[in-house]
Design a protein around this ligand. Sequence first.
Ligand SMILES: [Zn+2]
Length: 167
Amino acid sequence: MNRSSSVASRFSNGAWLWSWWRPPRGGAEESQYAALSEVLLLVSLSASLDHWTWENPPNNVFVVAHARRAIESSISSNTPSFSMWCKTVPIKVNIFIWRLNLDRLPTIPNLEHRDILVDRDCCALCDVSEESRNHLFIRCDTSYQIWCRIGVWLDISIPVLDSVEEL
Ligand SMILES: [Zn+2]
């Protein structure tokens, strides 16, 4: 409820004191809250002043590449790495592809998962099939026609794909 509260004010007598505007609603929120609580069990506060540290090998000096490797090592090994940006496309395209890979684009199922009402039931492109990331980018007839035109434009053959992961 108090966004400007300090970490120290949330920790008292060895326990974390939460003051949520509302409790986690389950699903992703509940699992993120559980993960946060698990991490905070390992935290111990001291009376010293706050300071930044980076405690990763090889020399405890912060380097973005080391941070990226640390993040990637914490992600499931089954998940392909999308933390490397492609420098030849705008950053918004990199972010879009990253969100596509994580299935975090505002598709109908993802919006409904967040209790956001959508006034349609079907794909925004064809208005026939159920919308999902695989349908929107791979299986939809409209997107397939776009892929074919991109293939003609770039003079490459577009392979038949079955999922976003294959893309
Ligand atoms: Zn469609």
